[in-house]
Design a protein around this ligand. Structure first.
Ligand code: ATP
Ligand code: MG
Length: 402
């Protein structure tokens, strides 16, 4: 089998998916906007370097010319900006894969909610806005607090909670560059993910992760150390309701092969509400969390699923796995870390990864990447213990920069 994989270099975890493809016996043709290093090159049987992955017409023309009669069996993408491009290419080449119309249901947040709601799933009240007047009208109807966000957003960029008409006046200028927005009822509640690997729309692997705090807060407040905690026991009633909601969303959107990443809310009264869904894996180490949860390699099993319609690892969940992202105080280079030695003394056996930047390293842009100034991953079979460890890492470890 021969597949084209779009953007094997970026984001970073795409390297792992490329490895997965190679390890299940597939010939991988990579297409990306930069040069693959020797390690990545080992997994690629050919590589097309393009000037831009966002100029879709140019990209398609170049791929056409490059293939010159070589046949391919699949065209795959696991990065949000490229899932529609892959669908277009698949349609053009007559290859299996979700149609452009199906993938639009995973990209357009209004269409997505309409399709999911039509299947009887609870979604936030929402409407599409193409002008400032549309926004005003929409919020008059949904009331406050409300959420305004780009129709095809990612990374919580340009997503705003609006508490009053006065606050709206302050926010509108910041949305000037957003062509289309989704205006939504604000859902108060805890936020979780529902992640899957699907074969022909059926989840063969499922996972739930809790955000602490909710994604919008972790993305908008620098002092927060965001935590994501995979939930080992998915049979707990409130989690099982989220899983059920996720399954119905997948069916409503006509999911095909591949990974999905959904977000949902649990309200204080126990109701579960759909947030959004993507037909690609979650970023920010979500796949690593799932791998540590069951000691599996989903980078490879994703490849096996999409290429061979087979899934061969156990879905047993052994641990609750917590990742804690840290942001240093101050700008410039890291000068010190406090609390880390004590954290190791207490929890050494439960720490599975530590990428915290060490003194001398340049701080990263926390707005651009949730990875921030590094992270630490802990795991434990007991939920409360895993949660306590993650919260200790969030509160007791501190990085400084100057
Ligand atoms: N209707 C809503 N009610 C409450 N919170 C919301 C609502 N819509 C979005 N949010 C918050 O804003 C965050 C970002 O929104 P959303 O997930 O739709 O955008 P995104 O940019 O695609 O996110 P990402 O790529 O980070 O997953 C959500 O994870 C959630 O915390
Ligand atoms: Mg989201």
């Amino acid at each position: 089998m021969r597949v084209i994989f779009l953007s094997p270099r970026y984001p970073n975890e795409m390297r792992q998916f490329t490895r997965g493809l190679a390890e299940v016996g597939v010939e991988v043709l990579g297409v990306g906007d930069g040069h693959p290093d020797p390690e990545l090159r080992r997994y690629l049987s050919d590589y097309l370097e393009v000037p831009s992955l966002t100029d879709e017409d140019d990209l398609i023309r170049r791929i056409h010319g490059w293939l010159r009669g070589r046949s391919v069996d699949r065209i795959l993408a696991n990065w949000e900006p490229l899932v529609l491009t892959a669908a277009r290419l698949n349609e053009m080449f007559g290859l299996p894969g979700m149609s452009v119309d199906t993938v639009r249901g995973f990209r357009d947040k209004q269409l997505m909610k309409e399709r999911v709601a039509a299947a009887g799933v609870r979604v936030p009240k929402s409407s599409r806005a193409r002008s400032i007047d549309d926004v005003r009208r929409a919020l008059e109807e949904t009331g406050y607090p409300a959420i305004i966000k780009p129709i095809s957003g990612a990374g919580s960029a340009d997503t705003f909670r609006v508490d009053s008409p006065d606050a709206l006046a302050d926010i509108l200028p910041q949305l000037r560059h957003v062509a289309e927005a989704s205006c939504e009822e604000f859902i108060q509640g805890q936020e979780f993910t529902y992640d899957t690997v699907c074969i022909q729309g059926k989840p063969v692997y499922e996972s739930v992760t809790q955000y602490l705090p909710n994604a919008l807060e972790m993305r908008s407040q620098e002092w927060v150390s965001p935590i994501m905690l995979s939930v080992r026991d998915m049979t707990q009633p409130h989690i099982a309701r989220g899983v059920e909601l996720g399954r119905r969303a997948l069916a409503a959107l006509n999911m095909g092969d591949g990974m999905t990443h959904m977000e949902w809310f649990l309200k204080p009264d126990g109701e579960v509400v759909f947030g959004e869904i993507a037909c690609r894996p979650g970023g920010a180490c979500v796949v690593d969390l799932m791998n540590y949860t069951g000691d599996v390699d989903l980078f490879r099993e994703w490849a096996r699923s999409v290429c061979w319609h087979a899934f061969e690892v156990s879905t047993e969940r052994k641990y609750n796995v917590g990742i804690v992202f840290k942001r240093a105080k101050g700008q410039g280079r890291i000068t010190a870390i406090t609390g880390l030695a004590q954290f190791y003394d207490r929890y050494r056996n439960h720490i599975v990864e530590d990428t915290l930047l060490r003194p001398g390293a340049q701080r990263r842009d926390w707005k651009a990447t949730l990875l921030s100034d590094g992270y630490i991953i802990v795991r434990h079979p007991v939920w409360q213990t895993a949660r306590d460890m993650a919260i200790d890492a969030a509160t007791d470890i501190q990085l400084y920069a100057s």
